[in-house]
Design a protein around this ligand. Structure first.
Ligand code: ADP
Length: 259
């Protein structure tokens, strides 16, 4: 199976920059310590790390939901969207009207927001399901609505907090293929939190490994393959070698902390 190295040059325009960021909660918990990272346009960066190491905190800082207690967070993306593990849909609204909500809140005229909602629902493979309500949709389809809602405002930066963590394995693999297609066609930069090393490597242009709390970035590993990445990439020796390096970076740190 051919595995092509990345041929698309990565743009150097930054969408997100964290400089020496520290986050200490009022309870005294230090969630992040001296975290510096940059995400440029064209990049899809995953963060893996043990539970409680500050991954969600990192994402909340990037989204502006929370302010860092030290260092600086600079978001230069014109629009940012957030995808949660739960699809967080309004049960009483159809798929289309869930997606339209973003435009409604921004005062986009009805016809325009309907047309845009249809465009992104088509993009995520939900043509024909526009009128269904969330309870009539499978877990994978609900996540597709959630992705459509994130894409509707044409984000330059998309933040993902373990969006596929609650899906069954087969749906999860399908959604990974789907997301890398959307990444290439929609042009957003991505920051993706996951517990799955294989998911991180399959999706990303770069994988950041975090230590246990307080979270620090202990490895920054580029992923060399161009998109679209065939699902069979996961069965190659090269893929296993890279997931092995990520796991080793994770393991080394955990072992160091236990010592
Ligand atoms: P992860 O996403 O890697 O599992 P989190 O970012 O959710 O980790 O949490 C990192 C640490 O910060 C945890 O110990 C968590 O209990 C703590 N924490 C998260 N949010 C708060 C908060 N609002 N107040 C106090 N402690 C918090």
């Amino acid at each position: 199976m051919p595995v092509t190295p990345a041929s698309t040059p990565v743009s150097t325009s930054t969408t997100l920059q964290l400089d020496h960021v520290t986050m200490q909660f009022p309870t005294g918990t230090v969630a992040l310590a001296d975290v510096s990272m940059t995400i440029a346009a064209g990049e899809f960066v995953s963060v893996v790390g043990p539970s409680g190491c500050g991954k969600s905190t990192l994402l909340r800082l990037a989204s502006g939901l929370e302010a860092a207690t030290g260092g600086t967070v600079a978001v230069t993306a014109a629009a940012t969207s957030y995808v949660f593990q739960d699809a967080t849909l309004l049960e009483w609204r159809s798929a289309a009207r869930n997606v339209e909500l973003v435009g409604e809140l921004r005062g986009v005229p009805r016809e325009q927001r309907r047309a845009r909602a249809q465009e992104v629902l088509d993009l995520v493979g939900l043509t024909g399901f526009e009128k269904q309500h969330p309870r009539q949709l499978s877990g994978g389809m609900r996540m597709r609505v959630s992705l459509a809602r994130a894409l509707v405002a044409d984000p330059e930066l998309a933040l993902f907090d373990e969006p596929f963590g609650a899906l069954d394995e087969i749906t999860r693999l399908q959604m990974q293929t789907e997301l890398q297609r959307l990444f290439r066609s929609s042009g957003f930069a991505g920051l993706f939190i996951t517990h799955s090393v294989s998911e991180a490597v399959y999706l990303s242009t770069r994988v950041l490994v975090m230590s246990g709390r307080p979270g620090r970035i202990v490895a920054d590993l580029p992923v060399p393959w161009d998109y679209p990445r065939p699902p069979e990439l996961r069965h190659t020796g090269e893929f296993a070698a890279l997931t092995g390096r990520v796991s080793a970076a994770l393991g080394e740190h955990l072992a160091g902390e236990r010592a």
